[in-house]
Write a protein that binds this ligand. Structure first.
Ligand code: CA
Length: 217
């Protein structure tokens, strides 16, 4: 799951990136609003953590441009402001959630999980497909009721497919969700993760649609 973090404070940006990586996300970190606006026009992020006060284009303007493009990607707005008026303005501009600095990394990760889940139309915390159950919060997968050990990227592949049941995801789409800029992508990485998932879970859970991609029904 790929997240965009936009924060001009180097220490805070670094902490958010490290914290979210630890939670299993692929994280791109940008430090100004204009770069964020451009990245959001082209890259398929699952969610954005957006600082309000940014150089070149404020977080609020980035958000307004995003919503003007009818993009419904979930956004958490970060700000040092905490007046009711600011909060209303932020939410009115299309933010899905709001965190006031300083905040706890665990809380940011928890709110992100909730937003991504709601955006995919799943109100319940865990995802189910056949006998496989995935709990995004606890980062746990069970098959036939028993816990299964998955690597962070295997988990991410399974999570992406389970959030999109009934839809075919191409290898490129999965790679875009799994890797941040600068991450090294091995050419057959997705195939290898799928192979491991089939071995660890049910061999029939993930279908290969030849020439198109992968699918969980
Ligand atoms: Ca700032």
């Amino acid at each position: 799951m790929r997240i965009l973090v936009v924060e001009d404070d180097a220490l805070l940006g670094d902490a958010i990136q490290a914290g979210l990586k630890q939670s299993g996300y692929a994280v791109d970190w940008l430090r100004d609003g204009l770069a964020a606006d451009q990245a959001l026009s082209t890259e398929p992020y699952a969610a954005v953590v957006l600082d309000w006060g940014l150089p070149r284009l404020s977080g609020l303007e980035v958000l307004q441009r995003l919503r003007d493009r009818k993009a419904d990607i979930p956004v958490i707005l970060l700000t040092a402001r905490d007046t009711v008026h600011d909060r209303i303005q932020g939410l009115d501009s299309g933010a899905d959630d709001y965190l006031i600095k300083p905040f706890d990394m665990g809380e940011l990760a928890a709110r992100l999980r909730a937003l991504v889940r709601r955006a995919s139309g799943n109100a319940t915390p865990s995802l189910k497909a056949g006998e496989v159950e995935l709990d995004p919060a606890g980062h746990q997968v069970t098959y036939l009721g028993k816990p299964v050990e998955l690597s962070a990227r295997e988990f991410a592949v399974l999570h992406a497919l389970m959030l999109n049941t009934g839809k075919v995801l191409s290898r490129a789409q999965l790679e875009e969700k799994l890797y941040a800029w600068g991450d090294e992508i091995e050419s057959n990485a997705v195939e290898v993760h799928i192979h491991h998932l089939r071995r660890k879970l049910s061999p029939t859970l993930i279908e290969t649609i030849r020439g198109v991609g992968y699918l969980i029904r």
